[in-house]
Each structure stands twice: as C-alpha cells, then as structure tokens.
Design a protein around this ligand. Structure first.
Ligand SMILES: [Zn+2]
Length: 479
C-alpha cells in the first residue's frame, strides 16, 4: 500500500481523478505554464476581516487595498473555497494545510498524515524532487501547521520539535518566521550550510546565496501592534525569500502566511486583527510590485485563507462606524499583551484592579462599572454571554470594545465559511476550471492539484522517512 502510494503521480490525486474530460484537456494547455508558484495565506480570515483590512487601507492611503487591486487585473480568477476537514465541517489549520500540501482530506490536527496513518508527500518536498527551490515565510512559528503543510509529516501538529528537524533535514531553502525554541543548537549545527539570522537587520544584510534560516522570536512573531522595530514584518520576509528563491535555475515554490490573523480572531481582538490583516495587505502589495518589476509572466500567485474565524464585522451605524474605524487606525496593544501583564498579578481581585488601566493603555477605552462587572464575572467563571465558547475574558472584552471600535465577533472559534480565493498568472485558469464544474466553489484539495499541474511536476516519491505509518496518539486541540 505504501509502495503504491509512492508510485501514484501527484496529478492523479483524488481531486484530480474526480475531474472530467474538459478539465484534462485544459490541464494539457495550462500544464507547466508556471515556473514559480506563490501561495499567500491570511490564516483564519473571515470575509469580515478581509473587508476591514480593505476599508482601513482605503481610509489611511486613499487607495484600494492590494488584494482588491488584484481583482481588477486582467485574467484574475476569483472563486470561493470549501475548507472542511475529513472529520469536521469546521477545519483546523493542520487539515487545511494538508489539503493544499498533499491534496488529501485528513482529520483535524494531522499534518500530511492520512486518517489511516499513511504519510502523504508534502508539496514542498515533491517540488524539491523536481529541482524547485522551496520557502516559507510566516508570522507564526515556522513549525506551525500552515507552513508545516508544505514540508512536514506529523500525526499531531503539536510535535513541533519534529517539524523543526524536518524543515532543515529536508532542505527547505528559505525558512522565515518565529519558533526559535524548537530549533535546538544541535539541529542548527548539523546544518552548517544554512545562514542563520535573528533580526531584521541581519535578514536584510544576509548573503543571497545558500539556504537561509531566519527565526525572529522564541514563539510566534509578535503582533504588528506590539512589535519591536528589530523584528521584520511579513513584507520584508517575503521580499527576502523572493530575492533568494528567484535565483533557483528551475523555479520556486513559496508559501507566505499572515498566521496571526487567526490568533487575533480567536481572541476577538479587533485592533490586533486589523493590524495583522493590514500586514497581509502590505505583503501582497510588496509581492505584486516585485512580480511587476520582474516583468516575466511565469509565476502563479494564489491569495486565500485556510478557513474563517470569529466572523468579525463593522456593525454600528453613522458616526459610530466612522469613529470606530478611526480608532482602529491608532497604534495600540493587543489582548495578548494585556494577558502577559495580567499573568504577573496573582489572584482575581488583584487582576480586576489592574484591568481598567491595561484596557485603557491597549485600546484607549475606559471601562464602565457595568463593563468591569462583566469582566469580574467571567474571571470568576460565571456565564456572561449566551454562546458558551465566548465565556472567556478576551471574548467578553472584545464584545465590550465593540462599543468602541464598532467591530463585533460571533465566536472565538474557526468557522465553516467558504473563503475568498484569488489566482492570477499562468495556471490561474486551472482554478476557474475547477470551479466551473462545482457551482463556482472549489475544494481546498483542488488547490493542490492546481499547483502541481501549473508547475507540471512529474511523479513524486515518498522518501524513506515517510514510509512508516504514523498513528495518532492522544487528543489534539484544533487551532
Ligand atoms: Zn486557529
């Protein structure tokens, strides 16, 4: 069974096999048109998040956002994408990244490991077998589920030490993001060919040749609104990756992820959320400008999300909406920062005493006695909101601040929403074709087939370390 899986060309993955004759004919024309593929992901981005990012970019610059600018380009393909996992209508990032990475639906929590414990060939490794250079650039830990979907095999997404080893042992050419705590000195020393950088300045001054490892935080890269200037933003990381990968003689595959849009959505933290989405908009603008300047039409760019999260929306009228957006544009601190300050204080009463000053510093809003009563009750584990999952202080604070920013959330969880998917460049017609047979909505697994076909990758082979089944042990928390 394992040998058979290894021998199946990736173009015959289940999603490709489902496709009809027209699709096969079109693949014949479009196949191999893209020398390079760039997949840009705003992780956990509901449509409301895309809208808020676009509204705020328009407000602060007077111009449309970079993503909506792509929609107006000739030849751009826009479709919706289904995101469900094998065992859940609401996916986590591991199952969603696996759908892109290997074209197979898996259970939540697994990265390129099928429900029957078989390991699946990740797209990045498949691409390397055909001499493509491969990179990931993210604001999460580089060992987090979405980047891991391009290069790793683990039955549980929280095996991040193993994922770190796989990233370097499997020779991923550019690895940029957070997560230094999972890269033991012995691992880094085992790979002397990698340049290792830890600050924005070191990244910008790094040599352009050879593999590059950039780790800019112990854990996730701090939110844009909390970040020190020594930490690179996603646009800087993206351009550094493109500069190196574009030197590869046979082309490249790059995943760029605004990974913390998802985290801010989980926290119902509107200010952090829009900061991360604007960061993503800036990264799209940088990548698009890079492609335009390069002037060669050989790169397929796909911009999308892996799932919705928390479904935020500007939901107040008239001046309140105007004021809310203006307040979101002021530099602030995240709920994560509030949580870090609270962690230094012991006991509920002491934390309640700190709360108003922290909220004022983070958001500019002064809690009323009624607001503080809600916070006190939720800290004492009393039910404050009808939806059980929102009875945590960040969700309650997010609801209170909806009176300040005008943005409210339905949940602190992922959602089953279809997600926006934009494709431009050679191979984008494959996305349109996938959608044509299914009412304008593609499946997340379809994007795997699109990327394989666009680059015309030949058959891939499971490497020796991918031939042992990996059964799941224990319960994995979706994220
Ligand atoms: Zn999440």
């Amino acid at each position: 069974m394992l040998g058979l899986a290894a021998a199946i060309p990736a173009a015959l993955t289940p999603s490709a096999a489902r496709a009809g004759r027209d699709d096969r004919a079109l693949r014949g024309q479009a196949r191999g048109k893209a020398r390079n593929v760039i997949l840009m992901v705003s992780d956990g981005m509901s449509f409301g998040t895309l809208t808020l990012g676009d509204l705020l970019v328009r407000r602060s610059t007077g111009k449309p956002g970079a993503w909506s600018t792509l929609w107006a380009q000739p030849g751009t393909c826009r479709v919706l994408q289904r995101t469900h996992a094998l065992n859940s209508l609401v996916t986590d990032s591991a199952a969603a990244a696996t759908a892109w990475g290997s074209g197979v639906k898996v259970n939540n929590g697994s990265v390129n490991v099928a429900a029957d414990a078989r390991q699946l060939l990740p797209l990045g490794i498949h691409a390397k077998q055909h001499r493509k250079a491969v990179g990931v650039a993210t604001t999460t830990r580089v060992t987090h589920a979405t980047p891991a979907g391009f290069y790793a095999n683990v039955p549980r997404r929280d095996y991040e030490g193993i994922i770190a080893e796989q990233s370097m042992d499997r020779g991923i050419d550019v690895i940029l993001g957070g997560g230094e705590r999972f890269f033991a000195p012995s691992l880094i020393n085992r790979h002397p060919a990698y340049q290792f950088v830890r600050t924005k300045a070191e990244l910008q001054n790094a040599r352009s040749d050879g593999p590059l490892l950039g780790l800019f935080a112990e854990s996730h890269v701090p939110y844009a609104i909390d970040r020190a200037p020594t930490v690179p933003d996603l646009a800087t990381m993206s351009l550094a990756a493109l500069d190196r990968l574009s030197r590869a003689p046979e082309g490249f595959l790059l995943q760029i992820e605004a990974g913390r849009v998802d985290h801010a959505a989980h926290d119902n933290d509107a200010a952090a959320l829009v900061g991360e989405q604007i960061e993503f908009e800036n990264a799209i603008a940088a990548v698009w400008a890079w492609l335009q300047k390069r002037g060669v039409d050989d790169t397929l760019l796909i911009v999308t999300s892996d799932h919705g999260n928390a479904n935020p929306g500007l939901s107040v009228y008239h001046d309140d909406a105007e004021q809310g957006l203006n307040r979101l544009l002021q530099p602030r601190k995240s709920f994560e920062w509030i949580g870090e300050q609270l962690a230094e204080v012991k006991g509920i009463d002491a934390r309640l005493e700190r709360f108003p000053a922290l909220v004022r510093e983070a958001s500019g809003y002064t809690l009323t006695p009624a607001d503080l009563d809600l916070i006190a009750r939720v800290l004492r584990e009393q039910r404050v909101t009808p939806f059980e999952a929102q009875n945590k202080w960040p969700s309650v604070l997010g609801g209170i601040l909806a009176n300040h920013f005008g943005v409210n959330f339905i949940s602190p969880n992922h959602s089953a929403d279809y997600v926006e998917t934009t494709a431009i460049g050679p191979g984008s017609e494959l996305v349109a074709e996938k959608a044509r047979g299914s009412g304008g909505v593609i499946d997340n697994t379809d994007l795997h087939a699109v990327m394989v076909d666009a680059m015309a990758l030949g058959p891939g082979t499971l490497t020796d370390d991918m031939k042992t089944p990996m059964p799941v042990r224990g319960v994995i928390k979706p994220d």
